[in-house]
Design a protein around this ligand. Structure first.
Ligand SMILES: NC(=O)C1=CN([C@@H]2O[C@H](COP(=O)(O)OP(=O)(O)OC[C@H]3O[C@@H](n4cnc5c(N)ncnc54)[C@H](O)[C@@H]3O)[C@@H](O)[C@H]2O)[C@@H](O)CC1
Ligand SMILES: Nc1ncnc2c1ncn2[C@@H]1O[C@H](COP(=O)(O)OP(=O)(O)O)[C@@H](O)[C@H]1O
Ligand SMILES: [K+]
Length: 500
């Protein structure tokens, strides 16, 4: 699903269900009188529809597994054959092993069936593979022969039913290995693994099919993972108000680095511009040596301790270009002790490598940490966070342990909150992978928090606005400075205007 980030995106289901939650929904649907045979019929029929929309008729090989995922495959094969496609059907198990709705749909298949043997079927003329082997709830690796067969067919496009078989739909991490799909068709609700790397990449294009399970059938436990969307935070964005003066719009303090301390001032300058563009009333760049920024930025060489003593400060950002050093760590702890909103990025995080517990104990107010994968690994090494887990689990554990919002950046940025909720932003232009882009993101989140917006709303809104600015800047030649320049236009699309 490609998304235009510049519009208030149309409604799409935000909830991402774990495989266990999807199983609970399936079970409740059956209890509510929905017939699994019919749900499977709709699922498989839609798979066939999507295939026919994307490809012209060609020899297709449908691989069907032992469970309901395989059942969808039997339906899809039948529909494609009815539409005149040359279809071969390969069942992973003997037909006598099938049960329930899958067995019932298998009984409706009137053409020859090949049952998997040894190294697997010959490819022959096959030009397209439908993978209906296993769904999102698989808990162990693919059988080795299946894995080897799929690995040999990578030149052919593969359509995955629910997930590419072998991918854990709950985490986005393959159970050892999963094939690369050209497209993935899933049902009722997306699962986290569709959007979190490497699953996001393995799924190819995504299609969500409504198989008519009513929306009031929900899992019994809390849905903890959601897609990002303006409706989560749009009302929290704060337009300028008639009675405002600059101090009511917040004063953000940014610590700038200095070459002599291993720092670079440019990063903090990008952050300061972004914080100002999203509406912070005043932004100070606190720097050990004179530097120049836009004239409206208050550049000051006063000590960082003075900035921390400023009672009117409503937000602090440390890290961009600060240099990794005990001095940076001390400056972080000084700002944290004020209890004012805090954003920590880059060197502010790495300065606590091996000592994350000291940072954790020092946090006294709302805090957003914005690590990329490298910074995350350095900061959380040696903590209770299990670094062998996938991104979703790691981000969630880290936020819980740190008691702060963690923005784990990447093509699938995760915004994890201490209460266990995680917001996923899977849409962001890869052109954002350019130096300084993260500094702009940190400045956006700082500016929003300095305006009084909560850490969770500022992080989710900030990640969206940053990605939207990236989209607006275009696929080629974008530099971090451009992101700052597009922020007013982006904000204008999302901010509520009725309060003027
Ligand atoms: N129940 C429903 O309401 C619907 C379910 N649908 C399909 O049903 C699929 C889920 O069906 P199933 O729950 O049967 O799951 P799967 O189709 O993934 O198959 C699980 C089967 O594989 C076997 N198996 C072997 N090793 C396993 C392992 N390590 N972990 C899990 N299973 C293992 C199990 O014994 C079981 O027979 C979804 O992916 C979706 O394609 C669709 O038909 C739409 C409607
Ligand atoms: N392939 C990608 N697709 C989309 N967004 C990306 C990609 N790579 C990086 N980004 C985004 O770009 C920003 C880069 O930040 P960061 O790594 O901190 O860079 P820097 O420190 O140089 O500013 C993050 O917001 C990240 O989510
Ligand atoms: K599958």
């Amino acid at each position: 699903m490609a998304l235009d980030l510049l519009t208030v995106a149309p409604d799409y289901p935000l909830d991402l269900l774990t495989p266990a939650q999807m199983g609970a929904v399936d079970a409740q649907a059956a209890l509510a009188g929905l017939v699994v045979f019919d749900l499977m019929d709709r699922a498989g029929t839609e798979v066939a529809e999507v295939v026919q929309t994307r490809w012209t008729p060609r020899p297709v090989l449908v691989l069907c597994g032992p469970g309901n995922n395989g059942g969808d495959g039997w339906v899809a094969a039948r529909r494609l054959r009815d539409a005149g496609w040359p279809v071969r059907l390969v069942s992973l198990v003997p037909l006598s092993a099938l049960t329930g709705a899958a067995a019932a749909h298998a009984a409706r298949w009137s053409a020859p069936v090949e049952v998997w043997e040894g190294a697997g079927p010959s490819l022959g003329e096959t030009a397209l593979i439908v993978d209906a082997l296993f769904g999102a709830g698989l808990t162990r690796p693919l059988p080795p022969a299946v894995r080897r067969w799929l690995a040999r067919t990578t030149a052919l496009p593969l359509v995955a039913v629910d997930v590419p078989s072998g991918l854990d739909g709950g985490t986005g991490v393959p159970l050892g290995w999963a094939p690369q799909a050209a497209l993935t068709v899933t049902f009722h609700r997306y699962k986290p693994g569709h959007f979190i790397m490497p699953g996001k990449s393995l799924c190819g294009d995504l299609h969500l099919i409504d198989i008519c399970i009513p929306a009031n059938i929900r899992p019994p436990d809390r849905i903890e993972t959601q897609l990002n969307h303006p409706r989560l935070w749009q009302t929290a964005l704060r337009p300028p108000r008639l009675a405002d003066h600059k101090f009511t719009r917040g004063w953000a303090m940014i610590r700038a680095g200095h070459p002599e301390s291993g720092g670079m001032a440019g990063a903090a300058i990008l952050s300061s511009r972004a914080a100002r563009r999203v509406g912070a009333g005043l932004v100070s760049l606190v720097t050990p040596a004179a530097l120049s920024d836009w004239p409206g930025t208050m550049v000051t060489t006063k000590p960082w301790a003075d900035a921390c003593a400023e009672k009117r400060a409503t937000g602090f950002l440390l890290g961009p270009g600060n240099g990794v050093s005990p001095a940076t760590a001390a400056a972080v702890l000084a700002a944290a002790a004020t209890g004012a909103p805090l954003v920590l990025d880059a060197d502010a995080l790495t300065s606590f490598a091996g000592d994350a517990d000291r940072l954790r104990r020092g946090l006294a107010g709302p805090c957003v940490l914005t690590p990329h994968e490298g910074e995350f690994a350095r900061l959380f090494a040696g903590t209770p966070v299990d670094l062998t887990q996938g991104r979703l689990s790691r981000a969630r554990q880290a936020a819980r342990w740190m008691g702060a919002t963690i923005v784990l950046k990447g093509p699938d940025t995760l915004i994890a909150h201490p209460d266990g909720r995680v917001i996923v932003q899977p849409w962001a232009p890869p052109a954002l992978a350019t130096a300084g882009s993260g500094d702009v993101l940190a400045g956006i989140i700082l500016g929003l928090m300095a305006l009084g917006i909560s850490a969770s709303d500022a992080a989710a809104a900030g990640v969206w606005l940053h990605a939207a600015a990236g989209q607006r800047a275009g696929a080629h030649g974008m530099i971090a400075e451009d992101l700052v320049d597009f922020l007013p236009e982006i904000l204008d699309k999302f901010i509520e205007k009725s309060l003027y």
